[in-house]
Structure formats: structure tokens, C-alpha cells
Design a protein around this ligand. Structure first.
Ligand code: ZN
Length: 169
């Protein structure tokens, strides 16, 4: 999918989270934005949907996370602490550059202050565009596909990301 169209899809999902509270309350959002290639022992790779929704939550006109610390740096990675302005959860943002056109950013939920209302994570998590960056070898790619399945269509992605827990439907 072209990036402007994907951006619109991601904005729709983000609006759903705001209409029900905040993104923190959705385990599937948390799974998407915590994507970190290092967990898979891979070459530097990022997930486009993850980057787009992090950007909305941290820097968009309706951002809910605000930085509460100056960045700290460690081996080329910068880390900021953020607080959710709606539920008070504490989130760490990790950012690193790998080349002129390859960076990655992921979040880490340090302290959750509210109960989930979104549906539980079911793997693989379907995304439309998915991973980009350095090309993983086929074995790494196969391992990653067990957690993140890219090539989903819009309906699959939106339905998955906006699903509510049974008692909140
Ligand atoms: Zn929150």
C-alpha cells in the first residue's frame, strides 16, 4: 500500500483508541509498537505500521504521550521517558539511526496504570506493509513471520488492531 493511504488507515485505528480511552489499553497496539528486531536476533529492521502509529502517539496533533525526561544515550540509541496524558502509564521511547534512510523506533511500556479494554494479542499480528530496512536472511524472516505477518489486507489489519476484549464490545 502507498504510504499516504497506509497513514490514513493507521490514523483511523489511532482515532478508535482515542474514542475508547487511550492506546495503552490495547494489548495489540502495545505489541505492534514494541516491535524490536533485536528480539529476533536480526539485522536492523523496522515495521512501517509501528513507526506510523508511534509517530501519531508521540508527535501527532492528537498525541497522548508527552516526554517527561531528557534523552539518555547508550551505544547510539537514545531513550526518552513519556507519560500517557490520559491514563498516566509510563512509556520508554527508544530511537536509533542505522543509515541515512534507516532508523528504528520502538516503545517499551515501563508501567501500565490502566486495565486492558482491547482484545488480547493473537499471533501472528497482521500488518499490511510490515518490515523494511536491511534484508533479513530467510531463516530470520521465517521466525519473524510467526509473530508479524505482513501482506495482510486493510480489513484484516484494522479488524485485528481495533478488536475489543469480550466484556468491552
Ligand atoms: Zn494511556
Amino acid at each position: 500500500m502507498e504510504i499516504p493511504a497506509l497513514q490514513k488507515v493507521v490514523e483511523g485505528i489511532y482515532e478508535h483508541y482515542l474514542s475508547r480511552g487511550c492506546p495503552c489499553l490495547f494489548p495489540r497496539f502495545r505489541k505492534l509498537v514494541t516491535f524490536n528486531f533485536e528480539d529476533y536476533g536480526m539485522v536492523p529492521t523496522a515495521c512501517l505500521e509501528s513507526h506510523l502509529i508511534i509517530d501519531l502517539a508521540l508527535r501527532g496533533p492528537k498525541k497522548v504521550y508527552r516526554a517527561t525526561s531528557e534523552p539518555t544515550s547508550d551505544q547510539g540509541e537514545s531513550t526518552w521517558l513519556h507519560e500517557c496524558s490520559r491514563c498516566g502509564s509510563m512509556i520508554a521511547e527508544h530511537y536509533a539511526d542505522y543509515s541515512i534512510n534507516m532508523f528504528r523506533e520502538y516503545l517499551d511500556f515501563v508501567e501500565l496504570k490502566a486495565a486492558d479494554i482491547g482484545a488480547a494479542v493473537a499471533l501472528p499480528l497482521p500488518v499490511i506493509n510490515g518490515v523494511f530496512g536491511f534484508e533479513p536472511d530467510p531463516k530470520q524472516k521465517a521466525a519473524l513471520k510467526k509473530s508479524f505477518h505482513w501482506g495482510a489486507n486493510e480489513a484484516e489489519f484494522v479488524t485485528y488492531m481495533t478488536a475489543m476484549a469480550p466484556c468491552h464490545r
